[in-house]
Design a protein around this ligand. Structure first.
Ligand SMILES: CC(C)(COP(=O)(O)OP(=O)(O)OC[C@H]1O[C@@H](n2cnc3c(N)ncnc32)[C@H](O)[C@@H]1OP(=O)(O)O)[C@@H](O)C(=O)NCCC(=O)NCCS
Length: 155
């Protein structure tokens, strides 16, 4: 497994992964609107005004998934999304991608890392809990119960 910065070439696949996550798997908290290539481009352009990373996860020359994360105000980290295609799951790819993001956050001097998930999404809940993320609050979302998680890094 290899993590490489997103390039123009992967934009189409990234869009497909996001749409699959939203429509078939219903796991992202973002509104249910089918994304077009241009939406992905403007989303990334907007995010890049701040500090934002989007990495494609590769396995044997195939795209296995992606992770994106950003630095918020006051040096707080935010895991925006992790997606692993079904055929590549349970191989530790998401764990490695999360470790990679946490290392970047550490280098940025970031001690608090946040993530928002649906509380009924057991795989992602376990993935974050394994890393030490803890529940901080519940909040309302039209689709399902949400959970805000936080990890405190000690270094
Ligand atoms: C959640 C997701 C990213 C996990 O990716 P993955 O590469 O399969 O995860 P890993 O192999 O690193 O698993 C790490 C741990 O998470 C937990 N986990 C992952 N998938 C699980 C599942 N289907 N059921 C129960 N626990 C699961 C386990 O504790 C696992 O450790 P283990 O394999 O040693 O038991 C993947 O299932 C996915 O892309 N889901 C759809 C997208 C999504 O929900 N994204 C999050 C929205 S923010």
């Amino acid at each position: 497994m290899l993590l490489k910065k997103l390039t123009k070439n992967e934009l189409g696949e990234l869009k497909d992964m996001i749409n699959t996550a939203r429509w078939q798997e219903k796991v992202f908290l973002t509104p249910n609107k089918k994304l077009l290539d241009s939406d992905v481009v403007s989303f990334i352009r907007e995010k890049k005004k701040g500090q934002y990373w989007n990495y494609i996860i590769w396995h044997k020359n195939k795209i296995a998934g992606y992770i994106d994360f950003e630095l918020l105000k006051e040096k707080r980290g935010h895991i925006a999304g992790i997606y692993i295609k079904p055929e590549f799951r349970r191989k530790g790819f998401a764990t490695k991608a999360l470790d990679f993001a946490l290392e970047i956050f550490k280098k940025q001097g970031c001690r608090l890392i946040y993530a928002n998930i649906f509380s009924n999404n057991k795989p992602i809940k376990l993935l974050f809990e394994n890393k030490g993320f803890m529940k901080i609050k519940r909040f309302k979302h039209p689709v399902a119960k949400d959970l805000a998680l936080r990890l405190t890094l000690n270094f």
